[in-house]
Design a protein around this ligand. Sequence first.
Ligand SMILES: Cc1ncc(COP(=O)(O)O)c(C=O)c1O
Length: 259
Amino acid sequence: DAGVIAAATALKRDATLSDETLAVHAGEKMGKNGAMDTDSIATPIVSGTTHWFKSSGDLVAFKEGRRHSFEYGRYGNPTVKVLEDKISALERAEGTLVTSSGMNAIVATLLALVPPGAGHVVTTTECYSEARAFIRDKLSKMGIKVTFVELNDMETLKAVLDQGDVTLFYTDCPTNPHLKCIDIKLVADLCHRRGALVCIDSTLASPINQKPLTLGADIVVHSATKSSQDASVALRRSSPEYARGITTLAAPLVRTQPT
Ligand SMILES: Cc1ncc(COP(=O)(O)O)c(C=O)c1O
């Protein structure tokens, strides 16, 4: 299992590139833009934790934000950065954070985006059991209001949103284990009208079969041990301030090295 969380600015993409091409090429060739100093054709697996600077000038430039560099594994890893950029390309995301597990991505997303003592999470009775347990048992202890709705009960969802205090709607789609789906476009529309974010756990679809961000969701999470093997991710689009929030909270806590 790899372990990471990170954020990456989406690369400018050619809309005509297929998912097959993006899966192979997106994020690769980091040597070219200087993010990884290598002439290897395939992306090397970097398993070291600590990166050095060639000169004091480089270190100063890095600290002042004038130079990109890797520093310490928990803050960033060159191999994982390639994976994050690849997933961003496939999901049409602004940025991606790769974490050590799917639950890690889910917990980091919820803790970063829902304020203790004031937040309100709406989730579904069909949602992945461990995520549901975390929302029910842990978020409620932090003074976060939690409401469960049936997966496709839009009337109840509308009524809950009309309370005006919902921070985030969370569900898997397709659900684990029953493979039920919601109308992501409709849910995103209803939630956004009431100022609520939409987070979709898209694990069982993979980015090849479903791209929730293109349907209006704000965040996608995956347990990537299922379709993609290895790490897990949280993605987002159109809300750079949330991306910064989740990175600031989560990245220093949960990054680990690829194995
Ligand atoms: C839909 C879904 N989301 C999240 C998770 C949690 O992922 P992980 O086991 O990588 O923590 C799982 C795990 O089975 C899952 O099926």
